[in-house]
Design a protein. Structure first.
Length: 392
């Protein structure tokens, strides 16, 4: 909103300094600062409100060190994360940008699903929360919306380098890491399938990515500061990739895909980073508040949709490696337990407990040390992700 106000003042009244809102760097910086301030200053008020409403975490005794001390800690803290993302975005981004619209829809959609889940857990005293089939249905719903818009919307374009400049076209290509001339057209994934049906394959892939990443963040959110800190690292990386991919000079130098209108994604991403870092003010060990599914599902959806927008979805296994490993640890644990129970008559486990961070807790490693090591792993994966721009 402020963008349009200052654009009007600059054009009609030549107001000194109003033109600064034309710069992505200024608006991105303003977004991250405002987002941080919102989470830090209003976070305390939200915590007090949640405490007064007795909206606390119910904890099952799994025999983990320090676990029962967390009983009663306010949950639904994801509300402050969502607010700290949405408000700066509304103020500093161009609201007619299709990518910003998609990211806002994703944030609110998955935030609403998470809120319903948390509400059932807290107020209905149902530890299982929202039934899994309804969660999946909600994730599939946003997957359909995002997939169809990214595939068909006329403003979703890419630039093809030709001679002295770029030719902006509608295309279904994406980037493939570690390969020279690293472009993959979704129309070529299934050679015998008519191009008229490529959109079905694309929407299915988008839905799978959003579901996988949002569930990955949800599973990772089991230790104080783990999901928020790891997500902040991912958000910074996405902001850098979006900034580079949205500039013709950088894309030409690096020989990567140019995507018009990505500057607004940078503004959104910096607001996202500010919200995650600000939330750590209260969520770091020992946590004063948990984000709950309200925060974790929306954070995962934001990361997934951002990667799809900047055409870096094939980098998700690297960039979101922490979330991937956490997801896989649960899948492997469950499958191996079922397999051994069927074969030997008793279930056996690969890990002491899944997901992976609980395995380390069972190994008597202090919670803060586990979290910091996961953060370091996330940072290394983020550096590797950025390195793929040249490692081809």
């Amino acid at each position: 909103m402020l963008y349009y106000l200052f654009e009007y003042l600059d054009k009609n009244f030549n107001l000194m300094g109003a033109g600064i809102f034309q710069y992505i760097s200024f608006r991105a910086g303003a977004a991250v600062i405002l987002s941080l301030l919102i989470t830090i200053f209003f976070g305390k008020k939200l915590i007090l409100l949640l405490q007064n409403k007795q909206i606390g975490e119910s904890v099952r005794d799994l025999g983990l060190q320090g676990q029962m001390e967390k009983k009663g800690t306010p949950t639904m803290g994801g509300l402050i994360i969502i607010g700290a993302i949405v408000i700066p975005t509304l103020l500093f981004a161009k609201l007619d940008n299709i990518y910003v619209i998609l990211l806002l829809i994703t944030t609110l959609w998955l935030g609403a699903i998470g809120f319903i889940d948390d509400y059932i857990k807290v107020f209905k005293k149902n530890k299982d929360g929202l039934a899994g089939k309804f969660k999946i249905l909600g994730q599939v719903g946003i997957g359909l919306i995002v997939g169809l818009i990214l595939y068909f919307h006329p403003d979703v374009l890419v630039g093809e380098y030709v001679g002295e400049g770029f030719n902006v076209v509608k295309s279904n290509i994406t980037s493939v890491p570690f390969f020279k001339d690293n472009l993959l057209n979704y129309e070529n994934i299934i050679p015998f399938l008519s191009a008229d049906y490529t959109w079905i394959i694309y929407v299915l892939i988008v839905t799978f990515i959003i579901t996988a990443v949002s569930n990955g963040v949800n599973i990772t959110d089991g230790l104080d500061g783990l999901a928020a800190g790891t997500s902040a690292v991912v958000g910074i990386t996405i902001a850098i990739l979006a900034y580079i991919s949205g500039r013709t000079d950088f894309t030409e130098y690096l020989n990567i895909m140019y995507i018009p209108n990505l500057g607004e994604v940078v503004v959104f991403s910096t607001a996202f980073v500010g919200a995650c870092l600000g939330f750590l003010w209260y969520n770091s060990y020992p946590a004063q508040v948990f984000m709950g599914d309200t925060g974790s599902l929306s954070i995962g959806g934001i990361i997934a949709v951002s990667a799809l927008i900047i055409r870096k979805e094939l980098l998700i296994p690297i960039l979101c490696g922490v979330f991937l490993i956490e997801n896989l640890s649960v899948i492997v644990q469950v499958l191996y337990f079922k397999y051994t129970k069927r074969k030997y008559g008793e279930g056996r486990r690969v890990l002491k407990m899944a997901p992976l961070h609980h395995h380390y807790q069972k190994s008597n490693i202090p919670e803060p040390k586990i979290v910091i090591r996961f953060w370091i792993t996330g940072i290394l994966l983020a550096v590797l992700t950025l390195a793929t721009l040249k490692l081809r």
